[in-house]
Design a protein around this ligand. Structure first.
Ligand SMILES: Nc1nc2c(ncn2[C@@H]2O[C@H](COP(=O)(O)OP(=O)(O)OP(=O)(O)O)[C@@H](O)[C@H]2O)c(=O)[nH]1
Length: 411
């Protein structure tokens, strides 16, 4: 579990940070008022990160920063001091970043910075650079930002590492490298991995006029000219990772049903079409429709109906969470069982139908029972609409047979 130490002597600022943290951070937080209290916390716990005020009642000269850094804890400074000397001093000490308390938004910025750093933890970053010194410097900075760092000495090696580790989320690539240069690398990588999946920052040394635009046109998200200041490196990496997270959030919104949190029709079609195109094994598609759902709405109102839909989604997730599962209409859901023949799938869905009929949904302090009808079709065709039509016909038959049953299109 990630744990963050916040050291701040102002009661008001602590309250603001507590409130913002409750909205943006899902970690254990400890708040210390003083250097003394910070020492006590550090003796008791391991910390992923620290956010610390520079001046405290019992330590007016950044002693707390020295303390957290001595414990090897990546540290972000929260300060009202903005003079150039303090800034240089902090950066030389090796803090990750500093936030100046000069307006209301500073606290939100600090908390969001912590959230992004925590997201970086466990996230893989690859450095492709033939210079040992550059790799060492960048590794140190990325590790301070909590990345798990890998290294390649040329574009070709970087490409093999990226293929072997599809979970790498950030690539920093120099332009001039032996075997394969940075441009060739970015072009090759972008053939298989989009900007929403892998962030790329291009780098190049002196005399690199015009390279930045070229890197970005080939598919890099950003560019850094060497030599760079640590602070600039930090800001660009953080901004690029923030963009990547935003892409992921937008994608998730586009593919999820807001009410139940299940995937939606669009995602289901995309995934299943791909499966039918690329995988010729045996699969069974099921359409599941809650029986007489209108009666629930009539009896308990739309909000009551919504609550039942959420509980149905949980029940479905517990049974089919590892398969492609989606809410594809009002009270209609779809699942594809990969690698199942029809007989086995029938058994699985009949067990689920029975479980559903026995389940007691909780509504307004009382329990409510319902049933579900299920239509099955094997993925006999590469055309998803054909398979969907077959499963839909089977579902229609299940409804006509007095509901609460499983019917296969091939019976
Ligand atoms: N509460 C709620 N109701 C929804 C939602 N989407 C669709 N519905 C309702 O689901 C009901 C579906 O009704 P019908 O298509 O007649 O089907 P049914 O009552 O389930 O009957 P059978 O399917 O024939 O067993 C309608 O009353 C819709 O208003 C939703 O998101 N929330």
């Amino acid at each position: 579990m990630q744990r963050v130490l916040i050291v701040e002597d102002s009661k008001v600022v602590q309250q603001v940070l507590r409130h913002l943290a409750s909205q943006h951070l899902q970690v254990t937080l400890d708040f210390a008022w003083s250097l003394q209290e910070s020492m006590q916390y550090l003796a008791r716990h391991e910390y992923t990160l620290a956010l610390v005020d520079l001046t405290l009642p019992d330590a007016a000269d950044a002693e707390v920063v020295k303390l957290t850094l001595a414990h090897q804890i990546p540290t972000v400074v929260l300060t009202s001091k903005i003079d150039e000397y303090s800034r240089q001093q902090m950066l030389e000490m090796g803090v990750v970043d500093y936030v100046i308390k000069d307006n209301r938004d500073s606290y939100l910025y600090a908390v969001k910075l912590i959230a992004q750093l925590l997201r970086n933890q466990g996230c893989k970053a690859l450095i492709a650079d033939d210079s040992v010194i550059s790799r060492v410097v960048m590794r140190q900075m990325l590790e301070k930002q909590l990345f798990e760092v890998m290294e390649a000495t040329d574009g070709h090696e970087a490409l093999s590492i990226l293929e072997a580790h599809p979970d790498i989320k950030l690539l920093l690539t120099d332009f001039a490298m032996p075997v394969m240069d940075g441009f060739e690398l970015v072009k090759a990588v972008r053939n298989s991995r989009g900007r929403d999946d892998l962030a790329i920052i291009g780098l190049s040394g002196a005399g690199s006029h015009g390279l930045s635009a070229k890197f970005i046109k080939y598919g890099a998200n950003d560019f850094l000219a060497k030599p760079f200041m640590n602070e600039e490196f930090h800001c660009r990496v953080m901004q690029t990772m923030e963009q990547l997270n935003l892409y992921a959030e937008i994608k998730d919104c586009a593919y999820r049903d807001h009410l139940t949190g299940l995937y939606n029709r669009r995602y289901f079609y995309q995934q299943t079409e791909r499966l039918l195109r690329t995988n010729s094994g045996q699969h069974v598609l099921a359409l599941l429709d809650i029986d007489h759902f209108k009666r629930i709405n009539d009896e308990y109102g739309h909000l009551g109906g919504d609550e039942i839909l959420r509980q149905v989604a949980e029940l479905l997730k517990s049974a089919f969470g590892r398969y492609v599962l989606a809410r594809i209409g009002g009270e209609e859901f779809a699942v594809v069982l990969r690698g199942y023949d029809l007989e086995n799938a029938k058994q699985v869905f009949d067990d689920f139908r029975q479980r559903f009929a026995d389940f007691e949904f909780a509504l307004n302090g009382a329990s409510y029972r319902s049933t579900i009808s299920i239509g099955l079709a094997t993925c006999y065709s590469h055309s998803l609409s054909e398979v969907m039509r077959a499963a839909d016909r089977a579902l229609y038959t299940a409804k006509a047979k007095n509901r609460n049953c499983v019917v296969s299109a091939h019976d």
